[in-house]
Write a protein of this length. Structure first.
Length: 404
């Protein structure tokens, strides 16, 4: 039987004001409550069978006994239909349930003992039946109240946790907006100034070759910094939900991006096999998805020439685009975290593939490394087909957001 744990995975502390229970006690308590429920059910069935059987064969006394024993049966029905099942509650709630169960059983037993003392009983069998009825009815009522109270506490705790999480998300988004403003107004502007001055100096024919090489390095570094800043801003915008998906034809987008990559990399060949139209729900940033995939395929090809093939097709409810290369494949130790942002200097994928997954998820689509090996890799992108039913896209996007 698994060890009962708190919400954070640790062994939970004891109830308020009580020392922490041992792990063995926490393991046994849910079992005890469950066993009691089984015994309670068996006892109620037994009483009901005896009561209904005696009601058909006996006189008025038997029928009075029958009426007295039907109440617990109805109480049991309410227990099953009302509160949440004990198995859905964390172990930390069971001490309160146990206190209600034992307290109600004891209180009801005391009350019925006083009634038996005042009124008396005709036989020992009647007294035993009365006592058993008291324990069953009192325990059922206490168990019902305890489970209802425990469920209310859990709902209140869940609501509080949701409120705290919402506040943290709001604070984080505010800081991201602030970071976005800094990147746009401060860092990007400074980078543009540096790149512009380097470009002006390179136009001076009187510079020696060593100086021109250093200025070229500065210019390339500024261009790389601009790319990183734009990618970070794109991530911030997608995290805020600022993207506004609409109908976009992927065919001209793919033509533009593949031509740009082929021109930017010497020795790169990009082949396309696309239908005349690929209408999807996306926005102007969708081109970054495929430019990053194609550029990633070229950059990680260790041969003198790189060939990338981009193919697409329309299904009933989505567009499927595949980007294949003839590179060495993705190493096994990188496949699980391929779309995660690099958190150290050992990864050479940067933010490119992470941006790919982030954008595709926000559009309500999916991206995966569908094939890889020594002969190359294939990335498959699926985007929702553009239709007039905007609510279809909204449902897809909510599903994708819940899975991330």
């Amino acid at each position: 039987m698994p060890t009962a744990t708190a919400d954070d995975g640790t062994t939970p502390a004891g109830p308020e004001g009580a020392p922490a229970a041992s792990p063995g006690a926490w393991r046994r308590l849910p079992t005890v409550v469950t066993v009691y429920g089984v015994v309670l059910t068996a006892s109620l069935v037994d009483r009901w069978l005896l009561a209904t059987g005696s009601g058909r064969r006996r006189g008025d006394g038997g029928r009075r006994d029958d009426g007295r024993h039907r109440a617990p049966v109805h109480a049991r029905v309410r227990v099953r239909r009302g509160p949440p099942r004990p198995g859905t509650l964390p172990a930390a709630r069971f001490p309160r349930i146990a206190r209600w169960w034992l307290g109600a059983s004891g209180a009801f037993l005391v009350i019925n003992l006083l009634m038996m003392t005042v009124w008396g009983t005709s036989t020992v069998a009647v007294a035993i039946g009365w006592l058993r009825f008291s324990l069953v009815f009192g325990g059922a009522g206490g168990l019902l109240v305890g489970i209802v109270e425990a469920g209310s506490i859990e709902r209140a705790r869940a609501a509080e946790r949701a409120r705290v999480r919402a506040e943290r998300v709001a604070d984080t988004r505010e800081w991201l907006r602030y970071l976005n403003d800094i990147l746009r107004h401060e860092v990007l502007n400074a980078s543009n100034v540096a790149a512009g001055n380097a470009s002006l100096l390179l136009d001076d024919d009187s510079l020696d070759e060593a100086t021109r090489d250093r200025l070229a390095v500065i210019e390339r570094a500024c261009e790389d910094l601009d790319d990183v800043i734009r990618e970070v801003r794109l991530l911030v915008a997608s995290d805020h939900g600022d993207l506004d998906p609409r109908r976009v034809d992927l065919r001209p987008v793919l033509d533009t991006e593949t031509d740009a990559v082929a021109e930017a990399y010497d020795g790169a060949t990009v082949e396309t096999d696309l239908p005349e139209s690929l209408p999807v729900l996306a926005d102007e940033s969708v081109g970054r998805v495929f430019s990053n995939l194609v550029a990633n395929a070229v950059e990680h090809n260790d041969g003198p020439d790189a060939t990338v093939r981009v193919s697409g097709e329309m299904d009933a409810d989505e567009a499927v685009v595949r980007v294949s290369d003839d590179g060495p494949g993705v190493p096994p130790d990188e496949r699980e975290t391929l779309f995660e942002p690099a958190n150290d200097s050992t990864s050479d994928h940067g933010l490119g593939l992470h941006i790919v997954r982030t954008l595709v998820d926000r559009y309500g689509g999916a991206v995966e490394l569908s094939d890889t090996g020594p002969d190359g890799s294939t990335f498959t992108v699926r985007l929702p087909r553009a239709t007039d039913a905007r609510d279809v896209f909204d449902a897809n996007r909510e599903t994708a957001a819940a899975g991330t």
